[in-house]
Write a protein that binds this ligand. Structure first.
Ligand SMILES: C[C@@]1(CC(=O)O)c2cc3[nH]c(cc4nc(cc5[nH]c(cc(n2)[C@H]1CCC(=O)O)[C@@](C)(CC(=O)O)[C@@H]5CCC(=O)O)C(CC(=O)O)=C4CCC(=O)O)c(CCC(=O)O)c3CC(=O)O
Ligand SMILES: NC(=O)C1=CN([C@@H]2O[C@H](COP(=O)(O)OP(=O)(O)OC[C@H]3O[C@@H](n4cnc5c(N)ncnc54)[C@H](O)[C@@H]3O)[C@@H](O)[C@H]2O)C=CC1
Length: 335
């Protein structure tokens, strides 16, 4: 019985996608490590980022660029996130910077100070900031000091709204980066675009059926599952507003249109040509359906040839063993 359920991996970490849009974040330091932290922060789009670090030669060039970028610089700069650079050393005696961010975060409907990240080369300072954060119950990460981390960073890859984080739970950060690069290669082109298009479809569906009751939610979910499972990642990436409109028409008739039901006529005629050619060379079954059952991403779900061959080979082996045993038995009984 217990074998049916996943084994417990006692990793000690809970991987979540923390929503920071209402929170302010304090980052101390401006070297290469702080710079990498800042990049992940602007991607996360918090309410505001405060950076405390002296304006000197130790400031990482990418970090300086993001901190001084025009708010309209868009994705290339600060991603539209407000960054306030407090150009001095962190005041470790009164924690004035922490207090400032705390007070600012509480006003204006903000969710307060969400987290503190420390990336300096001063271990004593880090320990003091960590102690103060824990007293104030603010989650803190001190780069490279696991006992002073309430959460760890991981190796992250991003493709649009898709983020994948590899965590080794503090055991091997460089291996995490290597595995992340491998995973990166296995992600299909257009995955980010496909996710964006699914997001558009789900938002449009909610406009057609805005119900908040359990029945409406269950219906929306069932329909979305049926549609999502029919489209490959590449096909989803190509769902333009016109195709989306036609997919949504399936909602009214409780049908789940496939890519070929809604794709422009040109693509459909190419698909029909492909089907005819496939049938002509005998690759496809009479109805045009391939005898090998694949999911929309091309993974084989069921292959009659393989099943048939496996059965044939198993039968052959069993028969040979039986014949050999019979021969042995009969030659022994003759002796
Ligand atoms: C616990 C954690 C806390 C945290 O910092 O959040 C932590 C801790 C420590 N890192 C150390 C060293 C190195 N860290 C890196 C790189 C990264 N470290 C990252 C995260 C984390 N590092 C968290 C756990 C992550 C996990 O669970 O997998 C990554 C993934 C994310 C990021 O930081 O953004 C980023 C790769 C990003 C990318 O490239 O994609 C390299 C490699 C390099 O620089 O090329 C080295 C040198 C090689 C080596 O030592 O292995 C040391 C030893 C210091 C010493 O020896 O004194 C400690 C302390 C200790 O282990 O005790
Ligand atoms: N987790 C990770 O990925 C890694 C973490 N690290 C660790 O991260 C820390 C930072 O590394 P780097 O960026 O390479 O360091 P760095 O020495 O290049 O930069 C340190 C920064 O902290 C600032 N700073 C120093 N004292 C300060 C104070 N009192 N107040 C405000 N800012 C102050 C400096 O002005 C500088 O901008 C180090 O402890 C390092 O061991 C290093 C490599 C990888």
């Amino acid at each position: 019985m217990s074998g049916e359920y996943p084994l417990v991996e006692p990793t000690g970490s809970l991987l979540l996608a923390w929503q920071v849009s209402r929170e302010s974040i304090l980052l101390v330091g401006a070297g290469p490590v702080a710079s990498s932290r800042l990049y992940h922060l602007v991607c996360a789009q918090p309410r505001k980022i405060y950076v405390v670090a002296p304006d000197d030669d130790n400031v990482d060039p990418e970090m300086r660029y993001r901190m001084t970028a025009d708010p309209d610089a868009g994705a290339g700069g600060n991603g539209g996130v407000e960054i306030e650079w407090i150009k001095r050393k962190y005041s470790e005696h009164d924690h004035a910077d922490l207090q400032l961010v705390l007070q600012d975060g509480q006003g204006g409907g903000g969710g307060g100070l969400g987290m503190v990240l420390v990336a300096t080369d001063d271990a004593t300072l880090s320990t003091r900031i960590c102690a103060e954060c824990r007293r104030l119950r603010i989650p803190v990460n001190v780069a490279d000091v696991p006992p002073e981390c309430d959460f760890y960073f991981g190796s992250v890859l991003r493709r649009g709204a898709l983020s994948v984080m590899v965590s080794t739970n503090g055991k091997g950060p460089r291996i995490a980066a290597r595995l992340r690069r491998r995973i990166e290669k296995s992600i299909p082109d257009g995955a980010g675009e496909a996710i964006a298009r699914v997001g558009d479809l789900r938002a449009a569906l909610r406009r057609v059926e805005p119900g908040k009751g359990n029945d409406a939610i269950a219906q929306r979910m069932q329909w979305m599952i049926r549609v999502s499972d029919q489209w490959s990642i590449e096909q989803l990436a190509r769902m333009d507003p016109d195709m989306r409109h036609r997919v949504l028409q399936g909602w009214a008739t409780d049908s789940a249109p496939s890519y070929y039901d809604v794709a422009p006529a040109r693509i459909n005629s190419l698909a029909a040509l492909g089907l005819r050619a496939g049938r002509a060379v005998g690759l496809l079954g009479p109805g045009g359906s391939c005898p090998v059952d694949r999911d929309p991403d091309g993974n084989v779900r069921r292959c009659p040839f393989v099943l048939g061959m496996t059965g044939f080979v198993t039968g052959l082996v069993t028969a040979s063993v039986a014949v050999a045993a019979w021969h042995r038995y009969s030659s022994m009984s003759r002796r």
